[in-house]
Design a protein. Structure first.
Length: 137
């Protein structure tokens, strides 16, 4: 049975020489998810400062992260479709629309549930971080 390294090398050898040089990650397709990820990390870091600080700063951080993600998704609408991560991800209009629906529903969920989270004694930073992590999938 051939080794995986030999099989991979044989597969790459069959590709045209120019194709290997044109492979790129094109990570700009996942920038909206990057904004949500940064908001989640910032939320967790602010939560370390204490509950009073978290109650003040976590909601604006979440709104900024999700708003930035929605803005980036709007800019991706009708953009030329290019494969990202070596063909594993395509950001066509359907994908952009579903990602926008998910980000918008998270934003609305946070807007509706802040008061409940505070009154029930749920740590606001952890609550927001869990919702943002669920948004990322």
């Amino acid at each position: 049975m051939p080794e995986m390294g030999a099989l991979l090398f044989a597969t790459q050898a069959m590709a045209a020489p120019g194709e290997l040089l044109n492979l790129s990650l094109n990570a700009s397709a996942v920038l909206p998810e990057g904004a949500v990820l940064l908001a989640m990390i910032a939320t967790l870091l602010v939560d370390l400062a204490g509950e009073k600080v978290a109650a003040r700063w976590v909601p604006p951080i979440c709104y900024a992260g999700l708003g930035t993600a929605l803005l980036m998704l709007a800019l991706q609408w009708n953009a030329p479709v290019e494969s990202s991560f070596l063909g594993a991800f395509l950001a066509d209009n359907l994908a952009v629309a579903f990602r926008a629906v998910i980000a918008l529903s998270t934003l609305l969920s946070l807007l509706i549930s802040w008061r409940y989270a505070e009154q029930s004694g749920t740590p606001v930073g952890e609550y927001a971080a869990i919702l943002l992590a669920a948004t990322l999938g």
